[in-house]
Design a protein. Structure first.
Length: 378
């Protein structure tokens, strides 16, 4: 073959590849999987328009496979690029792991959802008119217990960033606060109490129970409880908070015992997506318990987002393409994540290493999720 002939063959091959991408030809089963142009644009917008340090997305589809994209940098000092394969702090997505564990115990008859907290932890909540006999396990998981959030007792992240807290200490801090208005009130304290119930019912730590029931069976190799470790293990981005003057503060190192069963886990987009896929696919709970998770009450849009409804550690949100996506979000200084799945089985996991600090950026985050789950798929 002459050199000219080889060049022509290569050019023809490249042209064919471009045409194949543009046409998004059908797979053998007739599925058209698309090229993710809209989703790629949505990810790039988070860094180029909203100015976040880094953004990454992973989409897993039962018919179209896995697609990832990242924009921006994982480390502002070195310029290391952001990646969808990195670990990060998933904050309140931890609540869904804890809720699944409580519901698994309920399926085994070891915890009753409508039993009072006092049955398992007598006297823990009895202070200033609060009564553990009137607060149920279900109300903890649904955030309708009326318990304040102990995180509101901290003036800043520096108050807890390098300190160890025992769960009971966190509950004590919450009980010093006035009761919130009746109805739904998001409170990490609810999940601290839920974690203590897991420990009382099993005789094991909540970390061990989540590991035994979720992390190890699903082979979530990037997911772990950090305990008092302030540094994350394995490949991870640096996490940043944008200050009022536009500068960024690095909050990567942190002791997350202040969040414990309500927000301490480290994970990755791969693992979080696999978790929600397994949960919503019926692999972690019996159908009756998964149905309980999806029994929702309206949530405060200022604490979650517009049109969100809260179940038992699970958030339901209408999809613009029809149906409901189920998942959760997490936010702690330096790291924001959101993950969930659509009725089609397609799931998405999004990770940022800088918290969205404007409404426009937060709306962009939700648009990214909607785009990922609603991209055309014939």
């Amino acid at each position: 073959m002459t050199r000219l002939h080889r060049i022509i063959v290569l050019l023809l091959g490249a042209a064919a590849a471009v045409a194949a991408t543009a046409a998004a030809p059908a797979r053998a089963d007739g599925t058209r999987c698309g090229d993710h142009d809209d989703l790629r644009t949505a990810v790039e917008r988070m860094t180029r328009v909203h100015g976040l340090t880094g953004a990454a997305v992973r989409v897993d589809d039962p018919r179209c496979g896995t697609w990832t994209h990242a924009s921006g940098v994982a480390d502002r000092r070195t310029g290391r690029p952001m990646s969808a394969g990195l670990r990060g702090r998933i904050a309140s997505i931890t609540k869904t792991f804890t809720a699944v564990t409580v519901l698994a115990l309920a399926a085994e008859g070891r915890v009753a959802l409508d039993a009072p907290v006092d049955r398992y932890l007598p006297g823990l909540l009895d202070r200033d008119g609060r009564d553990g006999r009137k607060i149920t396990v279900r109300s903890l998981l649904r955030h309708t217990s009326g318990l304040p959030d102990h995180m509101d007792t901290f003036d800043s992240t520096d108050d807890f960033r390098f300190r160890h807290f025992e769960p009971e200490e966190l509950v004590e801090r919450a009980l010093t606060l006035p009761a919130p208005a009746p109805g739904w009130h998001y409170s990490t304290t609810n999940y601290v109490v839920a974690g203590l119930i897991v420990e009382k019912a099993t005789g094991h730590t909540v970390e061990d129970e989540v590991g035994k029931r979720i992390i190890r069976p699903l082979r979530l190799r990037d997911t772990y409880w950090p305990g008092d470790e302030t540094r994350m293990r394995g490949p991870h981005p640096r996490g940043y908070v944008r200050e009022e003057d536009g500068s960024r503060t690095d909050y990567t190192e942190m002791n997350t015992s202040a969040a414990w069963a309500g927000g301490a886990l480290v994970s990755s987009p791969r693992d979080v997506g696999a978790f929600f896929g397994a949960l919503l696919g019926g692999r972690l709970l019996p159908p009756a318990m998964l149905a309980e998770m999806k029994r929702t009450v309206p949530a405060d849009p200022d604490r979650v987002w517009e049109d969100a409804a809260y179940g038992l550690g699970l958030i339901g949100t209408p999809l613009r393409c029809g149906g409901t996506w189920w998942g959760h979000a997490g936010d702690i200084d330096g790291f924001t994540s959101v993950s969930g799945a659509a009725p089609s089985g397609r799931r998405v996991a999004v990770a940022f290493n800088e918290n969205p600090s404007t409404k426009e950026a937060f709306d962009g985050e939700l648009d990214l999720v909607q785009t990922a789950l609603c991209e055309e798929r014939a």
